[in-house]
Design a protein around this ligand. Sequence first.
Ligand code: NAP
Length: 493
Amino acid sequence: MPGQPHRVTVIPGDGVGPEVVRSAQRIIAAAGVAIDWETAEAGAEVFKRGDTSGVPQATRDSIARTRVVLKGPLETPVGFGEKSANVTLRKLFETYANVRPARELPGVPTRYAGEGVDMIIVRENIEDLYAGIEHMQTADVAQCLKIITRKGSEKIIRYAFELARREGRRKVTCATKANIMKLTEGLFKRVFEELSAEYPEIVAEHLIIDNVAHQMAKDPAQFDIIVTTNLNGDIISDLASGLVGGLGFAPSGNYGDDVAIFEAVHGSAPKYAGKDVINPTALILSSLMMLRHLDESDAADRIEDAVLVTLEEGRAVTQDLARQTGGDVARAASTTGFTNTIIANLGRQPATVPPRHGSERPSGEARPRPRWTYGPERYASMEEELVGADIFIESDDLPLMMGPKLETLVGDAFRLLFISSRGTVAYPGTSTATDHVRHYRCRFVAAHEGAAVTDADVRALLGRVAVAYPSWNHVEKLRRYAGEDGFTKAQGQ
Ligand code: NAP
């Protein structure tokens, strides 16, 4: 509530984190917003103490209390098994919507200056390859499961449409690789098409992600809101940052139904740590998203106006911007100096771009009413049949040897449909040149078209296969849902 102190967990973070966080805190205080900061830790020091999550319990408790976080970047250990503390934080608190606005800023030269680039990337933040479920299937074959769910897709897609409605945006572009990953990215696309019918006033389009990258480089102003899966979103949101001046200017908010975490897109930039030279704009813009989330829109507008004035006047220019404009890097403003200038500019309005004062945009905030189509009744009435199994086997046998061997032990219920190597049919005999990596998928289906297969049949089949190939490593049941295959064909099938 305006006037009351807000409670916010602040995580200064690693590298340049404490410097950019301090800058945002000073500006917020100067704008007269009262915040009780609960300082908490996560990241490098926590890993070093032996906490493999990187996020100590005290920090989790603080976030559960305050439900709002301002966070500096956290280093992710490279080369040993620990997970990113950033991703852990986002996932522990189910902040499923990663919102990254990319808007042209005055005084920040880019190839697209004057074209009106003003887009918001809405990235799914929990699922996809970031589910982080990885296994070595053999000593030399790694696998990462790409998990896309109807619920997760519905949450983020509805979030994007509600954001468009709230901010008066006219178009939502769904970016997927549904042409190749028909079930995972395809599910996301199907849910988008279903939900778009509920938002008739908003133009809904689907583009393949590689074309989105191409279009962003060619004509970025055509985009308004882009909603996409986790990995696609990670990549194109950095691309979007590059279109409007780079990581020094790229803010983000991670929103869930209960908790929101605000952070710059950039990392800990260790080479600049402690030197008072880093550009704090990205974290300042992230803190504006936080203030709007806290219903402090007036203060957010005033701070944003002061940032715009500072950038357009160019009296205080950080090193990164000086480099981009060919300015004198030696005379660039320090982080502290740049922050002081923004504070001095509070109350002023920009001359070359419309002031933000009185504007809701870009808040990155939306609180959609949850309304899902995944209740128990959906599954109670779902027609589901088991039609076969894929058994994955590590073997030095080539498919031409494996095939006949497996055919002798399939039993009455199954037939061997194919063996594939990295997704491409390698048996029955093909004259193609697929390479082999000692890892095969063997697909077994009902012996007779339309015959039923039971769970006991699959277990019995696995028992027989395991005798011949004890190095089997994974089984996937093949099911049909409401008459549709819940699995894809092999390449070349
Ligand atoms: P990075 O820290 O983002 O820095 C890469 C480069 O981007 C910097 O060397 C600098 O470029 C530029 N840059 C970054 N922030 C800037 C700013 N505020 N102002 C001006 N320029 C800025 O990426 P990284 O070096 O790949 O990652 C370092 C660590 O951060 C890693 O441990 C990584 O895992 C972690 N990380 C954390 C987060 C997060 O907390 N959300 C995000 C990304 C990475 P120049 O060298 O050209 O000056």
